[in-house]
Design a protein around this ligand. Sequence first.
Ligand SMILES: [Zn+2]
Length: 323
Amino acid sequence: MAAVVYNRRYDIGFLGLERLHPFDSRKYGRAWRELNRLVGRDLRRYHIPVDRGVSDEELLLAHSPEYLARMSQSKNIVAALEIPSLRRAPAFLLRWNVLRPMRWAARGTVLAAQAAISCGAAVNLSGGYHHAKRDAGEGFCIFSDIAVAIRQLRAEGRIKSGQRIAYVDLDAHQGNGVCHQFRDDRDVFIFDMHNPSIYPCRDVEARQRIDCDLPLPVDCGGREYLGLLRKHLPGFLDSISRSGTVALGIFNAGTDVIQGDPLGAIALSAEDILERDLYTFGEFRKRRIPMVMLTSGGYTRESYRLIAASVCELLRQDGTVSG
Ligand SMILES: [Zn+2]
């Protein structure tokens, strides 16, 4: 049975932020409402509400105290968000309208990872901040929800010492923050299909950490993209599950691979993305690897629809809802 983690506080609402960044900052609420439309009342039975945002203590699992202190100043928050025109905004407004939703989303990733381990599959309708490093936020990613979740589950004993984590990043951007967070942690195995011509293309060190590095050509189409995924994902998952126990699969399912996305420069159709997601769910399920899906990047007005379509099919295939 699959679970869906969502809270209305995920939406980022800030004085016209949507005009300053190519990002639908309310796509989380839109995805939830679309999912309700597609699935109906049954969805509520599988909904895990989020109780709070992650605490400072939990964030210290992934970040230094100095970094968290820096994130109380506007100029540092704005630099990580990469929206210079917000520089004059008071820090308390940025904390309330931008950082607070991100804390709730990070807590959602922890809850979704816990749910995945207990029930097989779970989706957080936000999260996937894969550019956040221990001492630096960048690329609109401030808190490394992925590192917080992995380390918290280990501390709780839900992921035991020596058990493995399969991290599959299919967002258009390379997940450099995750690579840095787990640079010396060889129980985390990284599969990353990305466009190497866009940010963070200068982060050479991050790419060296990827276990299965699949660079894509600019404007890569669905046939080539899905062919690469089908060719490499099964071998990656087999190789790590044959020689050890994989306690958790993390699927960073960014939708900025859609044709026309202003940042991704990959050319998948909506059907290709649905196929990508269902194929990936299936590969985890086939190997009985608990999977948590995070929605990550996606900068078109259609992003929420793509997310809802994939989650709806995941619930259907999982037998959660009929149809
Ligand atoms: Zn991205």
